[in-house]
Design a protein around this ligand. Structure first.
Ligand code: ATP
Length: 447
């Protein structure tokens, strides 16, 4: 099941502290959001799961955490200064500006100006002199610093293709019309892998990564039937791409891109490399006399070649939205009442377990509950919460709604018989088990 509409998700996010509009007390900054106490946990868990599958579970990927402030020349030679634009139109009737392909129905064609190209990159001044020359860009994608660090990383790790470099981090785009909650924002996070391969093996690896990524989304609870594969038409490909497959997810507002998997050929390393003429680069690159590094690998016969690169690029925020949407369940119970459950996969749940003393003013119960909480927390599963509101029913409802896989209730039997009651989020079934068996039984299943 999924949410009925975006409003349901927005309301849940605000009510329970997943996501807030940024600078809300001053009227809000458009296209920018803050992740609250539960949002930061879910977001971190999504990123952890991606990193584990891309870096730890494989033997052919290294990690990187590069800067957000980016040298102007990086984005000049990457092609972003010239081509990272969207067509902008003004509506003479309502006075608003729109991306040409996103004009709302209420604007008439005749009222629109001719589209002009608008560069989406944010610039910021560097150092004390504001003369317009000393500026850096806030990166519009994390990928570029992976390419500019290519030589550093192969020198440090002795890697040879096929191998990848992974990075998770913020990216910034001055979107003309940010909208649909966290779907299209001006500040967001990307999880990007640049996977370097030999030319000629690129198409095989492209297909491989599409399958891998589909498999990962499914493991995060995203129903395979809610993702369509879109082979991007040749005339719509980004300037660096030979072929791109977009994973199009059925968001509450419509089917749109969740992740793009591009074959970027030898464009990026070729663009940022010195001695381009000696390298037989296939892609059309800008002449580069500024780079001081040869971004190529040496073959057995001592010749040099520029690897091709396959790039799976996923948005953390769009992933968050998709995962939240997939997990959202509204259930009618036997007694006619309703409950909202976030059926998140346990490894993504913001709170792994809630420990609830039956009575909030009973010192013995509270002390034992706190002790249990500390013991479970020591397993480093993620966050375990001591929920001491004194109302069991309300506590269960809250934890259903935020996706906590199990609630552990400490009652008077706990003091006498050393047992607790464990309630399962999805089935609502309860079982009484010995405290000594608690971590053994549940730690693996809520990892
Ligand atoms: P769109 O066509 O929706 O603008 P894009 O094709 O420009 O997206 P890419 O450049 O391929 O996006 O970026 C890779 C991923 O980064 C996207 O699949 C998406 O998940 C995420 N992303 C891109 N732009 C935004 C944004 N403005 N807000 C949130 N996530 C974004």
């Amino acid at each position: 099941m999924t949410a009925k509409n975006m409003e349901e998700l927005v309301a849940l996010c605000k009510r329970r502290g997943f996501i807030f509009q940024s600078s809300e007390i001053y009227g809000g900054l458009q296209g920018v959001y803050d992740y609250g106490p539960l949002g930061v946990e879910l977001k971190n868990n999504i990123k952890k799961s991606w990193w584990a599958s891309i870096v730890y579970d494989r033997d052919d990927v290294e990690g990187l955490d590069a800067s957000i402030l980016t040298h102007q020349e990086v984005l000049k030679y990457s092609g972003h200064e010239d081509t990272f634009t969207d067509p902008l139109v003004d509506c003479k009737s309502c006075g608003e500006r729109f991306r040409a392909d996103q004009v709302p129905d209420y604007c008439k064609e005749d009222d629109l100006t001719e589209p002009r190209q608008f560069n989406l990159m944010f610039k910021t001044n560097v150092g004390p002199v504001e003369d317009g020359e000393n500026f850096a860009y806030l990166r519009p994608e994390t990928a570029q610093q992976i390419f500019t660090n290519f030589k550093n990383i192969i020198d440090a790790t002795s890697r040879k293709p096929p191998f990848g470099i992974a990075q998770i981090g913020k990216a910034f785009r001055n979107e003309i019309t940010p909208r649909n909650f966290i779907f299209r924002v001006r500040e967001f996070e990307q999880m990007e892998l640049e996977f370097f391969v030999k030319a000629g093996e690129d198409e095989k690896w492209h297909k491989y990564w599409v399958d891998e990524r589909l498999d990962w989304w499914e493991k995060q609870g995203v129903n395979r039937e809610h993702i369509e594969l879109l082979e991007v038409a040749k005339d719509e490909l980004a300037h660096y791409s030979k072929a791109t497959v977009d994973l199009m997810y059925k968001f509450p507002h419509g089917v749109e891109e969740l992740e793009g998997i591009a074959n970027r050929t030898d464009f990026d390393l070729g663009s940022h490399s010195k001695n381009q003429n000696e390298l037989r680069i296939n892609a059309k690159t800008k002449e580069n006399k500024r780079s001081n590094a040869k971004l190529a690998v040496q073959n057995e016969d001592k010749s040099w070649s520029v690897p091709y690169v396959i790039e799976p690029s996923a948005g953390v925020d769009r992933g968050f939205l998709a995962i939240l949407n997939e997990a959202f369940v509204e259930e009618e119970l036997k007694n006619g009442s309703k409950r909202v459950v976030l059926a998140l996969k346990p490894h993504l749940a913001p709170i792994k377990a809630a420990v609830i003393p039956l009575k909030k003013n009973n010192e013995e119960l509270v002390i034992l509950a706190k002790k249990l909480k500390d013991e479970l927390q020591n397993h480093r599963l993620g966050r375990v919460l001591l929920e001491n509101t004194g109302n069991i029913g309300k506590s269960y409802r809250k934890h259903d709604e935020i996706g906590t896989p199990i609630c552990i209730t400490v009652d008077f039997d706990s003091l006498e018989k050393n047992t607790v009651t464990v309630r399962d989020r999805d089935t609502m079934e309860q079982e009484t088990i010995s405290i000594d068996d608690l971590s053994k039984k549940y730690c693996d299943s809520i990892l």
